[in-house]
Design a protein around this ligand. Sequence first.
Ligand code: ADP
Ligand code: TRP
Length: 321
Amino acid sequence: MRVLTGIQPSGDLHIGNYFGSILPMIQSQDEHEVFAFIANYHAMSSLSDGGRLSHLTMQAATDFLALGMNPDKSTFWVQSDVKEVLELYWILSGFTPMGLLERAHSYKDKTARGIASNHSLFSYPVLMAADILLFGSQVVPVGKDQIQHVEIARDIATKFNNQYGDIFTIPEFQVDENVATVPGTDGQKMSKSYGNTITIFGEEKSQLKTVKKIVTEVIGVEEPKEFETCNVYNIIKLFLDDNERVALQDRYTRGGEGHGHFKLYLAEVLWEYFRPYREKRSYYESHQDEVREILKNGALKASAIAQPIIEKVRSVTGIKY
Ligand code: ADP
Ligand code: TRP
């Protein structure tokens, strides 16, 4: 099965990103044909600092490789290195009714929050459809906010196929209900936009400082404590196996330890868990040429899949004359 995912290079990765999307993607590499790209064209709809965009693109590539993206098994590239996606974007625009885009929640939410509306923000789902259709993707794993975008891609592909024949694979979205929403330091969903994140590759001291900020109930040290509702517990449990989890539950219900102890434990567990990835990351950080080489080869692999599809599109649409 061909599974495709796009990642916006929009800032430091946090442990919500890790458990919600990176880990499932890394794990699925053994089973599926994984296509993953850094959506730098998409990021332009909200970022207009060139230096920052190129920095964030390399940072995202470095982070993903460190966390286990395997370029031998999977296809990993930067969106702008396969330019046909822009050609397809234009061709698909002709199969995208305005009403379809006007109904897009993501666009409506962003403009309602006061983000200046421009054409790239509006036509973003058409570029996303091009990303998906250019590589014959069968499944697109997404968070709930992106379901509608995959539906738009399905609508566009169906309209195109109705006109020109069976050119595109109609993609399915996949929402993993088992992936829990990771809470942030304030107990809300962890998200860059809420400023409540614990980053994956932060400095040890600043990570400890962030962990200490996690909101917990005010209760005496000796009192037994509830773990189910505790933000600290709900984050640590993601890193523990069953035995460790039961042992921690026991520490909560026994009493005699304050939340400060559990926070220190979380900081330790976190630091140890990402240690091997940190080492790999520092390797790639000092070998950025190697990262560029991996991305270049990834773009060649992706392009080899895209060529026959775009050729068919050029042919049926009459662009090829
Ligand atoms: P953010 O909310 O920080 O801007 P993104 O929207 O860039 O994060 O999310 C990138 C990926 O990480 C998405 O697949 C999303 O579903 C996942 N993700 C983000 N935050 C969480 C969270 N708190 N819990 C689980 N998954 C998350
Ligand atoms: N829109 C996605 C997001 O904001 C990123 C993305 C771009 C994407 N193109 C894609 C995701 C294609 C899946 C498939 O998270």
